[in-house]
Design a protein. Structure first.
Lengths: 152, 111
């Protein structure tokens, strides 16, 4: 994995914007020394938030032509800061979705619409910027002691 | 998506043998479940004890299977690992599915 000399305790990775690329990247990232050092609860949260963010880019921003996604991760005080860049379509309206939990109508249960709700529930300092022709999303996954894992 | 199916009387137990039900595998999971649940058992239990990662696409696929089974045969879940249980709880889907601690508990449970 390429490393960035100017950013200690950081990881940098460019992946293809497709489902298999996301799966492979998560596998590789969460096998790195930096992320293996995180408590299991924080790791689990980080993997879910990153998966939701990357899947959205694959399915919306970079569909149908594909492309590349650049990930920059750094670790400080047990919290993981992530910056994700792609050159796909901008967010509709130039802003992130509100991410409300879809209503659970028993007669017609929702099969989607949970992604941004999970991202917003599990991350902090979520910011989106459209600069030139790229989307830049930054967020933090806070440190979580393992004892709280079952009651997040 | 590797799934194993076993009929025990009125119960069909499907065990997910892979660690992930994610965006890359969600469609395959749904299609395989559709085939396996053609067996006309009264109950269907999905054993998720080996699954350590479920994202919102995986959750959507599990919901889709619940819907295709119809109202008379709700999809029951067993053996949720902590990270999978959390996704169900955060999305309130834990209120929609009958959830058993493990397969043994589902066998004891009479519907």
């Amino acid at each position: 994995m390429p490393s960035d000399d100017s950013a200690p305790d950081g990881l940098r990775l460019t992946i293809p914007a497709d489902g298999e690329g996301v799966r492979a990247a998560l596998g590789a990232l969460f096998d790195t020394l930096m992320l293996r050092a995180l408590p299991e609860a924080t790791r689990g949260t980080a993997e879910l938030v990153l998966a939701e963010v990357l899947n959205n880019i694959v399915e919306h921003a970079c569909a149908p032509d594909g492309g590349e996604i650049e990930l920059m991760l750094s670790l400080a005080d047990g919290a993981l800061t992530c910056q994700i860049v792609d050159r796909g379509h901008p967010m509709p309206g130039g802003a992130l979705p509100v991410g409300r939990l879809p209503p659970l109508d028993p007669a017609n249960l929702p099969e989607g619409g949970f992604g941004w709700y999970l991202i917003r529930s599990l991350s902090e300092e979520l910011r989106y910027e459209r600069k030139a022709d790229s989307n830049r999303l930054t967020f933090r996954v806070p440190a979580q002691p393992d004892t709280k894992q079952t009651r997040l | 998506m590797e799934l194993q199916a076993e009929v025990q009387g009125s119960l069909l137990v499907v065990t997910a043998l892979e660690e992930r039900i994610d965006a890359a595998g969600a469609i395959a999971f749904k299609e395989r479940m559709r085939e396996l649940t053609r067996a006309p058992t009264r109950r269907v239990v999905l054993d998720l004890s080996r699954v350590t990662f479920l994202d919102s696409s995986g959750l959507g696929a599990v919901v889709a299977v619940m819907k295709l089974l119809g109202p008379d045969r709700p999809l029951e879940l067993a053996g949720l690992t902590p990270s999978v249980e959390r996704v169900f709880r955060l999305t309130r889907m834990d209120s929609v599915f009958p959830i058993h601690a493990d397969i043994d508990a589902s066998l004891r449970h009479a519907v």
